[in-house]
Ligand binder design. Structure first.
Ligand code: F3S
Length: 386
């Protein structure tokens, strides 16, 4: 891989051991994927932020780094809200370790906005190169915003954040972003808006790591978020197109007859929505948008919760919408920033959790050891208040 003079000096250790190690990670990655060069990035998003997922070895590695990031960088959700973790039911020992992780990232100059929806907080431009690691954020950035990022691991995203560049391969190259498989959704435009996570859950299993193009559907932005997150979880989708909707669908001329085709049937989606008793309800995977908070506030008006009901959102989104948060919390539900239903140990305490997300449906059983049920947001509110 070609390196500029300054990059060679970083690799030789002239700017310290940490930067040298980070450049070594990028050079190794570039070698594996036969990248021709490094490309500057506009921002980074680093996963591996919850102590639940990185543990003491991950923390020790972070604490050994002594440099600063070169581009605006945010974290994926951590294991607890940064404030009010006691009320959320987090124990002191975990909170102490989590605080050490946060401090290690703060020392690196990373913004302590811990979210899988950084695109609600900072404008990301079409065509920008990024190094993001949360799979749902990667799918959204590539597909909905037209930015360019591979699905980074936590260490490679951090290395890119510190160097300010990432290897130029994969989805950074326009020619690699062409649709590879057509997805038809039976019932298309008539499906309920809240079924998009379910559609993605089914579609992800069928398309695997190929780049799908959907035809005959008209999802809105939040629907695209749910669709991509679920496909990234049950498949390995980092980019998808929707004909006549997403920005790059019109960039490529392609003949749908020459591509493989898969169909997502209404029955396959409906079969996911199995009714069963649950101990808690959680929505906001990926983190809620302001519109989703408004919808939940409307659905909760005049109701009281009868079981724990958590709504996860970026701290910046919650803070910018205090009236919506107050309206939601009047019911007994809680809007929780910084963390999520999968990476927080709080959710491990429930034996069964209802979610509104195709991604959470896939991850909650393995990550929380709980039975997961999916419902629409309206159904989630009904179950949380009945
Ligand atoms: Fe975000 Fe956690 Fe879901 S990181 S996409 S809320 S699993």
């Amino acid at each position: 891989m070609y390196l500029e003079k300054d990059d060679e000096r970083v690799l030789a250790g002239e700017f310290g051991e940490t930067r040298q190690k980070m450049m070594e990670i990028l050079v190794a990655l570039g070698g594996v994927y036969e990248a021709e060069k490094l490309v500057p990035i506009a921002s980074a998003q680093v996963s591996g932020a919850s102590y639940k997922t990185i543990g003491k070895w991950g923390l020790a590695w972070l604490q050994s780094l002594d440099t600063r990031v070169a581009v605006p960088t945010v974290l994926n959700p951590i294991g607890m809200p940064q404030e009010g973790w006691q009320e959320f039911g987090i124990g002191e020992e975990f909170a102490g370790h989590q605080a050490e992780v946060v401090e290690a990232y703060r020392r690196l100059g990373i913004k302590l906005e811990c979210t899988c929806t950084p695109y609600y907080l900072r404008i990301t431009e079409y065509g920008e190169h990024l190094a993001w690691s949360e799979s749902s954020a990667v799918a959204y950035a590539n597909s909905v915003l037209g930015a360019r990022t591979n699905r980074e691991g936590g260490p490679s995203a951090l290395a890119a954040a510190i160097i300010g560049k990432t290897p130029y391969y994969g989805l950074h190259i326009v020619a690699n972003r062409r649709p590879q498989v057509v997805v038809e959704v039976e019932g298309g435009e008539g499906l309920h808006a809240d079924h998009w996570g379910g559609i993605g859950h089914v579609a992800g299993k069928k398309v695997g790591n190929r780049i799908p193009i959907f035809t005959g559907i008209r999802p809105a932005r939040d629907n695209l978020k749910a669709l991509g997150a679920a496909m990234a979880a049950t498949g390995a989708v980092a980019l998808f197109h929707v004909d006549k909707i997403t920005p790059e669908a019109r960039v490529f001329s392609f003949d749908t007859d020459s591509l493989d085709r898969v169909t997502v049937t209404a029955d396959e989606v409906e079969d996911l929505f199995v009714e069963t008793e649950v101990e808690a309800v959680a929505v906001g995977c990926p983190h809620c948008s302001p519109d989703e908070l408004r919808e939940i506030a409307d659905l909760l008006r005049g109701k009281k919760t009868t079981k724990p009901f958590y709504i996860f959102a970026a701290r910046g989104v919650a803070t910018a919408n205090p009236d919506l948060v107050a309206a939601i919390e009047k019911s007994g539900a809680r809007v929780i920033p910084d963390t999520c239903m999968v990476v927080s140990p709080r959710m491990d305490e429930f034996g069964s959790i209802m979610v509104d997300s195709g991604k959470a449906l896939a991850y909650v059983p393995g990550m929380c050891g709980a039975l997961a049920r999916i419902g629409t947001r309206k159904e989630c509110v009904e179950v949380a208040t009945s």
